[in-house]
Design a protein around this ligand. Structure first.
Ligand code: A2P
Length: 286
């Protein structure tokens, strides 16, 4: 049985509020994680060409045998493929690896530093939506100044903006901009990320899952820190895609619909804001 409530996108499509992230998992790990997740009631899988595991996602989807219409599959165009021709080629290559004829959501992975390339990429994204290869299109890591370009150009507004977001980095400004323009905000590194979230020297360890405030709230509810964090995203009206390759943690992360954080819990979690990222600043990752 699907576990997640749905949210309506600006395309009219329905998106689960909760799904599985698969960054940093190999094809084989991803295949197993996708099967575990679908068995646990997940219906949304978030991958990307850059994760190099779309083939594993496709294998997992076929092995689990959930009807296509119940699934919500997201993938992303990588930086090297941005631009008009590259983006059109990239969706075909992703669909081939996934073994699907369309994805539910196709995202631009990073904005990059060139407004001209962003505009060309978005022209291709709109053609991809018109062709039915993606039901909805959106972006990742866009700040308000990037999003403003769509408004200025009178372009199709992205359905989703997927950004690094967790209690240390609640992203108030971008979230407010998204909400004002009907864009759904989706949280990446929702549990505070992995040790590789920033890549190489920029990587920072996950300190959120071990935070004493989160641990205290978890103990009071008889749940785990990860479950507290996932509830925090859901209660903030965010779409959330915790990554795990471990079947027990995959099941645990989906078991978040039978308790609620109190107003006091939410206030305590708000004190954890530091503004620190675990991944790159989009203006610096071009
Ligand atoms: P693993 O795949 O071994 O479960 P984020 O979604 O913020 O990127 O964080 C993902 C990290 O948190 C991964 O390292 C993942 O490791 C770990 N993780 C996922 N779910 C849980 C959980 N329920 N408890 C502890 N760690 C978790």
């Amino acid at each position: 049985m699907p576990v997640s409530p749905l949210i309506e996108l600006n395309t009219g499509a329905l998106m689960p509020r909760f799904g599985l992230g698969v960054w940093q998992a190999t094809d084989d790990e991803t295949e197993r994680a996708v099967v575990s997740a679908l068995e646990a009631g997940y219906r949304m899988i978030d991958t990307a060409a850059a994760y190099r595991n779309e083939t594993g996602v496709g294998r997992g989807l076929r092995a689990a045998g959930v009807p296509r219409e119940e699934l919500f599959v997201t993938t992303k165009v990588w930086n090297a493929d941005r631009g008009y021709e590259g983006t059109l080629r990239a969706i075909d290559a992703s669909l081939e690896r996934l073994g699907l004829d369309h994805v539910d959501l196709y995202l631009v992975h990073w904005p990059g530093g060139d407004a001209g390339v962003r505009a060309e990429t978005w022209t291709a994204m709109q053609e991809i939506a018109a062709s039915g290869k993606a039901t909805s299109i959106g972006v990742c890591n866009y700040k308000p100044h990037h999003l403003q370009e769509f408004l200025d150009a009178g372009e199709t507004i992205p359905a989703v903006n997927q950004i690094e977001l967790h209690p240390r980095l609640p992203q108030w400004v971008t979230r407010a901009f998204d909400a004002d323009h009907g864009i759904v905000t989706e949280s990446w590194s929702p549990l505070g990320g992995t040790s590789g979230s920033g890549w190489g020297e920029r990587s920072k360890p996950n300190t959120l899952l071990g935070d004493p405030v989160i641990a205290d709230i978890a103990a009071a509810h008889g749940v785990t820190p990860a479950q507290v964090l996932i509830r925090w995203h859901l209660q903030n009206d965010l779409v959330v895609i915790p990554k795990s390759s471990n079947p027990d943690r995959i099941r645990q992360n989906a078991d978040v619909f039978s308790f609620s954080l109190t107003g006091t819990d939410m206030e305590r979690i708000a004190t954890l804001e530091t503004g620190e990222r675990v991944g790159f600043d989009p203006d610096e990752f071009v």
